[in-house]
Structures are given as structure tokens and as C-alpha cells.
Write a protein that binds this ligand. Sequence first.
Ligand code: AMP
Length: 505
Amino acid sequence: MNMAIWLDRTAQAMGDRPALYLGPEVVADYAAFARRAAGLAAALADLSVTPGDKVGIFAWNVPDYLACLFGIWRAGAVAVPVNAKLHPKEAAWILSNASARLCFVTDDLAAGLEEESALPLVPLQSAAFERLCESAPAPLVPRSEADLAWLFYTSGTTGKPKGVEITHAMLAAMSLCYPIDVDPVTAQDAALYAAPMSHGAGLYALIHVRMGAGHIVPASGGFDTGEVMDLSASHGSTSMFMAPTMVRRLTDAAKASGRRGEGIRTIVYGGGPMYSADIEEAVDWFGPKFVQIYGQGECPMAITSLTRAEVADRSHPRWRERVASVGRAQSLVEVAIGDAEGQPLPPGETGEIMVRGAPVMPGYWKNPEATAKTLVGGWLMTGDVGRLDEDGYLTLADRSKDVIISGGTNIYPREVEEVLLTHASVHEVSVVGRPSAEWGEDVVAFVVAAPGAEVDAAALDAHCLGSMARFKRPKAYFAVPDLPRNNYGKVLKTALRERLKGEET
Ligand code: AMP
């Protein structure tokens, strides 16, 4: 089934419901949204895009992002959303790797891309784009479950990004898990696009289209804490995806302005480690608005979830343990922990997280080698290390490549970071391994001090000694003004390790 049919269904049932918003303004109801997507699908066919062809979207968040996605799918083509924060060279590499036929762009990104790529570009927000949307509507091109819908380029914290093949069946599976495992959706709600639509926030559009909810795209096209709070207060019942760093920023901004996130119904967080201290503070300030998900491009948004109640209910005897976990398997996947040979391990044991089920990718685009390393014996090897408890709660230790091996013992940076973050002088921290002749690796910490505070190695050492084994304590602290992050806000530990070159002990 072509998943674009969900837009037709909603347009038939509730065509006059507000669909697309730019800031607080409605710019299209569902009938107009569906009409634009069908016009674009016809225009793509006129531009010689045939079913199975790839079409890029290199754009900031704009309401017509969704018209493009549904137009591309309606034409039977495959969307290749590219993060707008990437360098035009990186975007050009992705579009060329995907063999894209053309690319939709927002104005300010067009010139840069044009220098790096010979691909035909279609500027959004232009008179030419409007004409394409007004083409005589095209019928929906039938697609099978296994047909590709989206090439999702991994954020590439190491090496070149890989194109995850997302099929229509995977979109269906991950979308259906959302109301079951994450948060129910009604036509009164609105998805607010605070995070890039090229990533998880865009994937969540589908279920909101199916349910007839609104889609609010901030006028800034990016993440502005004040704007998110204003839009939520004026519409009400908004839900949004945020990376943990965004939750941190929202909490800081809300506290500074005395606002409590009125109108925000749900913040789904994930995509990177959420430190217990940060989520506790966020729940204290905003109330029970938070749900966690754990996923990766290879099984988008759909591996585990930690429900609103599990995040917020502190009366549970194991609440503290649970809030530090990523929750339990979502409805359409099995999750297991594997040993070095990929054999499932019993609860309590730490190993690589393995996943199988309907939302798991069939492979990487044009990359059989990486596919063979990642899909082993029917399981997706996530590259994340963690453990399951008896009740099925999964706790992530780290990415396998970030684990520090010191004196032959595994040290999970996350554990050390969690402890350091509870010290008042620490605003942000990242822990990595530094090559050591004696131990193999030493633990070292890069620390961003809290406003007005200083990084005091002796004080932090004493703090660590109070709650962790001696061998896990950092041997050195480096004060930094900020942490290097990739375009999705993930800390680039590779860049930190790079800074340590020549510092071997
Ligand atoms: P990406 O494919 O770019 O979405 O990155 C996926 C990776 O982000 C996962 O393999 C995890 O390492 C990390 N990740 C995703 N969700 C979480 C979460 N809730 N907690 C900790 N790490 C996460």
C-alpha cells in the first residue's frame, strides 16, 4: 500500500479541517493540502520522475515540506530528505549517492547547492512551485509494502552517512506504533515541527495526517524556545519531537521566563542520551508531558518507548532506574541483547542491542557490505550496548565504539557523565577514552561549566568518589566553552578524541 493514501482518506473525511500552519496562521486545510500534493505528483511525472526514482528535499522546515513528501510518494517516487544544516558539499554527496533526479530546496539553500551539484533544483516558496502544485492532480501510483518510500541518511557521527532504505511497510509499522506505544493522536492535536523534518519529526507527520491533526511549522523554520512556547500556548494540545539537548534548552528558557509550557501536550524525546538529572528537572518544571523513544534510522523511532507515566510517576519503587532506561520494546519489534557472536543473552547481561520486526530496514542503499555487517541472522545489530531487566526495560550503556576499555575493564562513559551532571558546577559533559600506554585507555572528561562556575578537578574527583568505583573516575578534566555536536545535536565524541591526539599518557 502506498502510504500517501492516508492523506486522501483524511482529505475525504475532514477536508475542511486545518492541516498546515505557518506559525499561528493556517495556510492549508486538508483538502488544499491533498490538492497540492496531487498537483506536485503530476508535476513530478511531467519532469520525468518515474516510480522508484529518488527526489531530494534540502529545505528548512516549511509547511510545503509535507506537500513535497506526500507528492513524491503519490508519484510512487522515493523521498531523500537532507538535513538543511548540512554543508552544500555534504548535501550534494548524499543526493548523488541516492541518484536523486531532482531536489526541492528552500531559497537560501539553493545557491550553495547549485555550486556543488548539477541536479535540477525546484525552489519551494516560489511562483514556479505554486504552478507545479496547481497541475491537474495525478492519481495515486500503487506501491507494494517492500517498495521504498524514504532514503534516510544516518547522521554519520563516524564516516560517510549511509542511506537507510525505509519502505512503505516500515512507515506503516512505525506510524501504528506511535498511538499505541508513544501517544494517542486526535484531530484536535497538532504536531509542532521543532526538530528537522528530514529526521524523526518528519516521520511523525504520517500518523498526524492519518488522524487529521494539525501540522504547525514555526515561522523561524528551526528551533526557537520562545516560539515553541508561544505557538503551543496559542494552539493548545501540541506534541513535538525533541533531542535531549533541545529539552535542556527549553527547560532553561522556560525557567528564565517563568513559563510552564502551557499548551504543550507531549514532548517525545530521544535520539541521544537523556541524562536523569535533566529529565527530572524538566518534569519538575513542566509536569508529565514527556515520553521517551529509542530508535535509529535503521528502525526509525520504533525500538522502545518509556511512557508518560513511567517518566513522571516517582511513586514507583523502581522509578529512578526506569527513568534512566529507554523503556520497553514497542509493539512491532523484538529486542534482545547479543553476545559477541550475536547469541541472545539473559536479562541483566550487557551486550549489543539487537532488534527484529516490521519497522526494521531491509538494508542500506547501494551498500551491501554495511548491510551484511548490520543485518545478521535476521537481527538488526544496532551498534548500541545495553541490558534488559527482568521486566523488559532496556538501559543503554553507550554506542559500542564509545565504550572505554581501561585495564581490560569496560567503562561506559554515560555512567560517568550521569554522575558528573549531578554536580552543581557542571552544565554539560562528555566522557571519552584517551590512549594510555599503561591502561590501554584512560577516562577523561570534557566539561562545560554552569554559568558562573568553574571546572574544579579536585571537587569533581571528590564528587565522583562519592558514587562510583575508583577506576571509572576521570583521570583528567578539560574545561571547554561548548561540546562539538553534529547537525542533529549529537555530541561528536570522535572530535573530542581527535583533540586528545598527542596527549597520550
Ligand atoms: P540516528 O540513526 O541518527 O537517529 O541515531 C540513532 C542513535 O541515537 C541510536 O543508535 C542511539 O545510539 C542513539 N539514540 C537514539 N535514541 C536514544 C535514546 N532514547 N537514548 C539514548 N540514545 C539514543
